[in-house]
Design a protein around this ligand. Structure first.
Ligand code: BGC
Length: 450
């Protein structure tokens, strides 16, 4: 039998859908640069600045909450196309805004796009992937996301000489327009088609996307999973066969955020400044260093997820994050003379360890563990929690530093990383190489544990 694999057409579909991840990273990353130049056009209070940043995250929470319902009801493909329209609209409004309130509306709309795509893209990718490559294929979306963040820094750098913040936003329109048109050429996922359209449509999609014949043996399992008798209402989420998976998925999503990654990503220059770096150096270190490590370590995760498995990467990642943070706490607490170098090395290691485990795996895991009948809705719940806690960290990080000091905040993140380690060891199963239907069975058999 041929090795499980996507056709060339299937690989192009994966690339196109991953543009969604790229756009998500771009919109998150571009704002730190834009904020530097907005005062050239508008007078901004600190709270307005806060709103410009945080409304994207609020929009993302709402987008994520509706994304699952839309993807289950109208299909993964149509949801992705609609999201691309929303991204284009959000970027266009931000580009043309002649008042701050209009800019804020544009950010909110882009945020809806970020939330919707954060559900729809992993869902599409996990359903078209052959089981043995699912880790890598879903993780490509995360890789595209960190490349999107990195690319946004380059765009800001490029336009920073003229301070043209409108051009910075405008760049985001090109990939979203491309996504919108390109997606028209690809089918919806075989699983969604089987559940909502005809067997013939699902078979034809599978044949076009997958080279191997192994899907034939999954077809019967898929048929059972897609059976119309299955309850697809929100209530099903709290029934015993799904409850345990729901709790594990939501907890993992929250742990991804409360272990502090976005405190570092959004405020790295400020952290480096407290470790004694001057501002010009810190900006370069924060953007280039952290952005590059994130891309490199995520590429390593793409290679390893289907070989080493999800659990080892999560466990090594969380342990590494905790150690890197504790070293940083030690240096801050004792005000070591080498604090500058220690801060640099430990923060880069922290981001690297995050990017091989707790960065990509929760996204992958959420797309794998729920029954097909309610997969979109269940993912929505975990991903909404993710965006909400992203918002909470963005809002509280600087205040927390003022109240309990950098060492206090990083100690808290270290303790939470240790907690994440033990939680994963106890509750997160290995999903490497299993079909989505086998994973569904595993969780439904655990119903007595929840
Ligand atoms: C997280 C984002 C974070 C990014 C950094 C993602 O997995 O969900 O909140 O900004 O990783 O690489």
């Amino acid at each position: 039998m041929t090795k499980e694999a996507l056709t060339l057409y299937g690989k192009v579909a994966v690339m196109v859908v991953s543009l969604g991840g790229f756009l998500f990273g771009f919109h998150l990353g571009v704002i730190s640069g834009v904020l530097t130049f907005l005062p050239n056009s508008f007078s901004l209070s600190v709270s307005t600045e806060g709103l410009i940043v945080s409304l994207l995250l609020i929009g993302a929470s709402i987008g994520a909450l509706s994304g699952g319902f839309l993807a289950d009801r109208f299909g993964r493909k149509k949801t992705i196309i609609a999201t691309a329209v929303i991204f284009t609209l959000g970027a266009a409004i931000c580009t043309m805004a002649n008042r701050v309130d209009i800019l804020i509306i544009g950010r909110f709309i882009a945020g809806l796009g970020v939330g919707l795509i954060s559900v729809a893209a992993p869902l599409y990718l996990s359903e078209v992937a052959p089981p043995k490559q699912r880790g890598a294929i879903v993780c490509i979306n995360q890789l595209a996301g960190v490349i999107g963040i990195f690319f946004s820094y380059l765009v800001v750098f490029f336009f920073s000489k003229t301070g043209d913040w409108r051009a910075m936003f405008a760049v985001g329109m090109a990939p979203s327009l491309f996504l919108m048109f390109a997606m028209l050429f690809f089918p919806d996922t075989p699983e969604w088609l089987l559940a909502h359209q005809t067997k013939a449509a699902a078979t034809s999609a599978l044949k076009r996307l997958r080279k191997d014949l192994s899907w034939k043996s999954h077809f019967d399992e898929m048929k059972v999973a897609a059976s119309p008798q299955k309850d697809s209402s929100w209530r099903h989420l709290f029934k015993p066969d799904v409850r345990f998976a729901l709790i594990v998925g939501v907890t993992l999503s929250i742990l991804q955020q409360i272990t502090g990654i976005n405190g570092v990503i959004y405020f790295a220059p400020k952290i480096f400044a407290t470790a004694g770096y001057d501002l010009a150096t810190t900006a370069t270190l924060a953007t280039v260093g952290i952005g590059a490590i994130n891309v490199i370590a995520t590429s390593i995760a793409v290679k390893l997820l289907d070989r080493a498995g999800r659990r080892p990467l999560l466990l090594v990642g969380c342990a590494g994050m905790a150690v890197a943070l504790l070293v940083l706490v030690f240096a801050f607490y004792f005000q070591l003379s080498s604090i500058g170098v220690i801060a640099l090395v430990s923060l880069l290691s922290y981001v690297g360890f995050f990017a091989i485990g707790l960065g990509p795996v929760p996204w992958l895991f959420l797309s794998e563990i729920y029954p097909l009948s309610i997969r979109g809705k269940a993912m929505s719940v975990g991903i909404t929690a993710n965006w909400f806690f992203n918002f909470v960290i963005a809002q509280t990080f600087l205040d927390l530093i003022l109240k309990i000091g950098s060492e206090g905040v990083f100690f808290l993140f270290a303790v939470l990383s240790v907690f994440a380690f033990f939680f994963i060891r106890r509750y997160v199963p290995e999903t490497k190489g299993k079909s989505l239907e086998e994973i569904e069975l595993h969780f439904s058999q655990l119903k007595n544990r929840s």
